[in-house]
Design a protein around this ligand. Structure first.
Ligand code: ZN
Length: 423
């Protein structure tokens, strides 16, 4: 791999950059300060620059270029001012965006549930018990089968522009099956989440407290070495506030940072709990109380919206506008899982968010990139400026807006991860 790569003639460069933000509509040349800082040292020994993380809102420059050095963004600015590099890629007017950061996905499972989906579309109501179907299939699968499924879904993610994705356990629900799930997930991502508290398995139906003890004890011990995060499905029919608090507190005790499934099927205590416990993200947020909105808006907890779930269950979409207007930070993620959102496509979620959740195209793209980075507490991704990892996508389109404007069309022209072309 050459040491430096210049991508030039970029029609629209989405930077989400925390300084020198320039609206896409502004005059492209001479407005954006050409950032000439040294390339980020971030995780590299001896580096000097620290990643600043994405800024709080969408920003882009027209007629732009960027330089990648050793896997990191070294320079961004007007194409006319771009420095020389060892290799040049001509973007020919295409848009360049940060790679998507999908902060919510359940990828370790066996089987599929298309019959359940078809029945639901025909008018039957979704119940959380459907998870148990996948649990049975997952327990019966070999490691090789699970690894193959995981690899296939990870490939789909990357091909559709998600250069970072989170992956949860939660379809094993025994100590060895959960430990196997997080170990397999750790083979393909650093963002592994322990979700032993996905649902109470059938064998504990008469003793949910006993299952919570298992989740907080031996199962956590077996899973923690492979995980960065702990999660809990705080919902009627799954786990209540006290149980969720116990699970997340136990996770914190083992160094696992909290995140939560909250208020997907109805209003509940999960969002306020997430803020109380300092969770990075409260996910779903479909049924919001005023207290929930206030809590999110006055905290660092990201509201992660998962429109693929509402699409696939024919529920009302979460009220993104209410959250944004209140000042909450919003992320978009796929929730890829075989029961309620079997999509790996962030472009699809962006289109839904714009069309049906009243997010602007800029807000939706920010939420799918910078918002996901914040939901994963990452400062090295979600933006394109010196200090950022060179995780980016080139669209076969001149503007980010085409992701929603041309729904269902494969617009990902190229994918780079740490400066290397991977798709
Ligand atoms: Zn989920």
């Amino acid at each position: 791999m050459p040491r430096s790569l210049l991508i030039t003639r970029i029609g629209e460069l989405v930077t989400n950059t925390p300084d020198g933000t320039v609206p896409a509509s502004a005059e492209p040349t001479g407005v954006a300060p050409a950032n000439t800082a040294k390339p980020a040292g971030t995780a590299q020994p001896g580096g000097t620059a620290q990643p600043s993380g994405p800024g709080g809102s969408f920003a882009a420059i027209g007629d732009a270029a960027l330089v990648i050095e050793d896997g990191w963004i070294a320079w961004t600015g007007p194409a006319a001012q771009a420095p020389a590099a060892d290799e040049v890629v001509d973007a020919a007017g295409r848009a360049v965006l940060p790679g998507f950061a999908d902060s919510h996905a359940h990828l370790v499972f066996a089987g599929e549930r298309s019959a359940e989906f078809a029945a639901r579309m025909a008018g039957r109501k979704y119940t959380a018990g459907g998870i148990r179907t996948t649990v049975a299939a997952t327990r019966a699968a070999s490691d090789a089968e699970l690894r193959a499924g995981l690899g296939r879904l990870a490939g789909e993610m990357l091909a559709q522009g998600s250069t970072t994705f989170e992956c949860k356990s939660g379809y094993g629900l025994t100590v060895p099956d959960e430990a196997r799930a997080v170990a397999l997930a750790a083979e393909i991502t650093g963002e592994v989440t322990y979700l032993g508290a996905h649902v109470v398995p059938a064998e504990f139906a008469g003793d949910p407290g006993g299952y919570v003890d298992l989740v907080c004890g031996p199962m956590l011990d077996a899973c923690a070495p492979h995980c960065r995060w702990a999660d809990v499905f705080c919902e009627r029919g799954a786990f209540g506030a006290d149980e969720a608090r116990a699970v997340l507190t136990a996770g914190l005790g083992r160094g696992l940072l909290p995140r939560i499934h909250a208020s997907q099927l109805g209003p509940g205590p999960g969002i306020v709990l997430a803020v109380e416990i300092g969770a990075a993200s409260a996910d779903h947020c479909t049924f919001l109380t005023d207290a929930d909105v206030d809590a999110l808006a006055s905290s660092d907890t990201v509201a992660t919206l998962l429109p693929g779930a509402e699409f696939s269950t024919r529920q009302p979409y979460p009220d993104a506008r209410r959250l944004l207007d209140a000042g909450a930070t919003v992320a978009l993620a796929t929730d890829c899982n075989p029961g309620t959102s079997y999509t790996t496509s962030m472009p699809f979620c962006i289109a839904l968010a714009v069309r049906d959740m009243r997010m602007t195209t800029e807000e939706a793209v920010w939420s799918a990139t910078a918002g996901g980075a914040r939901a994963l507490r990452r400062t090295d991704i979600g933006y394109l400026a010196p200090g950022a990892r060179a995780d980016l996508i080139i669209l076969d389109a001149p503007s980010h807006a085409h992701l929603a404007y041309r729904p269902g069309v494969p617009l990902i022209h190229a994918v780079y991860k740490s400066g290397r072309r991977v798709g």
